[in-house]
Design a protein around this ligand. Structure first.
Ligand code: GLU
Length: 306
């Protein structure tokens, strides 16, 4: 039996971009600077549970901002869209992910994909779950990935020690009543959520869970309520790829999220989840190889939503 067409395709793309040397690994979280720029993995998981992988797809790395849509979905389920919307908007900010700014009239963060919005969402989760919050969060992410996930202690410690900007953002949010006391444990939860270790295959499975309307297509577990998946995907489409989100929606046309650890995850409605891992980032913070592979995949498979 020959190779599946999708396996052939990702192997060809992996080969095409293997020697690409563009981009720099993130260093503002000191521990991330140790990432190997050569690492490169590509994974696809279909809505009927088939999985295709190539390169360093089992190499663990931290999820970073790719955690943000998943915590947003948890908050929407817990509190409902109306209450969550009092704390965080859904508008692209046009500014960097770590910008210190809030909407003028409402004092809300612009959206849950920028740090201010994500910290607000995580604080809502902390408020509800208290000391059980990390356990609840890990359980949900693990269900989406289809295996038990854990935290990279070194990356967590590194960000917790140096995350002064996020600390400042959290206190600004407290000042405007977007989050409640105590700030420090909510922030700690945010640093831990960003330090969850995943590999490329996990991320593709998490993307496939969203693409499959909230049900993990491999384990068949219902991980997210159908009602919140639409909101998670919408915000990924408009705000998921930092300040490249408009260009991304234009060129690739599917909901996606990237993180400074070098991961990119995308969900093709009702069809598949895909993930790329390659640590060197472009100036906007997206994985260079990640973007290239997604653009090519979208063209070759006709993935664009329109
Ligand atoms: N933990 C990182 C931060 O808050 C996540 C950034 C990202 O991946 O965009 O700075």
């Amino acid at each position: 039996m020959g190779k599946h067409r999708l396996q052939e395709l990702i192997e060809a793309l992996h080969q095409r971009y293997q020697s690409c040397t563009e981009g720099e690994v993130a260093t503002y979280i000191p521990e991330l600077g140790k990432a190997n720029p050569q690492h490169f993995g590509v994974s696809l998981v279909t809505s009927d549970g088939l999985s295709f992988n190539t390169g360093n797809y089992e190499q663990p790395f931290t999820i970073q901002s790719i955690s943000k849509p998943f915590t947003y979905g948890m908050a929407l389920e817990l509190y409902g869209a109306e209450k969550v919307a009092r704390h965080v908007g859904v508008e692209p900010s046009g500014d960097a992910f770590n910008s210190i700014e809030l909407e003028q009239d409402t004092n809300r963060p612009f959206n849950p994909m920028v740090n201010a919005g994500a910290i607000t969402v995580t604080a809502l989760l902390y408020q509800h779950y208290g000391d059980r919050a990390l356990e609840m969060l890990l359980a949900r992410f693990s269900a989406a990935a289809g295996r038990a996930l854990s935290i990279d202690e070194a990356v967590y410690q590194s960000e917790s020690r140096t995350g002064h900007r996020n600390r400042a953002i959290a206190h600004l949010l407290l000042n405007f009543g977007m989050i409640d006391e105590p700030v420090e444990p909510a922030l700690d939860l945010y640093f831990k959520q960003c330090s969850i270790l995943v590999n490329c295959r996990d991320l593709a499975t998490m993307g496939a869970t969203l693409a499959n309307l909230g049900t993990n297509p491999i384990t068949k577990e219902e991980v997210y309520d159908l009602s919140v998946v639409k909101d998670m995907l919408s915000i990924m489409l408009t705000c998921g790829m930092y300040n490249y989100s408009g260009q991304w929606a234009y060129q690739v046309g599917v909901p996606a999220k990237s993180g400074v650890g070098g991961g990119v995850m995308a969900a093709v409605n009702r069809q598949l989840g895909l993930a790329i891992f390659s640590p060197p980032l472009d100036k906007l913070g997206n994985s260079c190889r990640g973007i290239k592979v997604c653009v090519d995949l979208a063209n070759e498979l006709g993935l664009h939503a329109f």
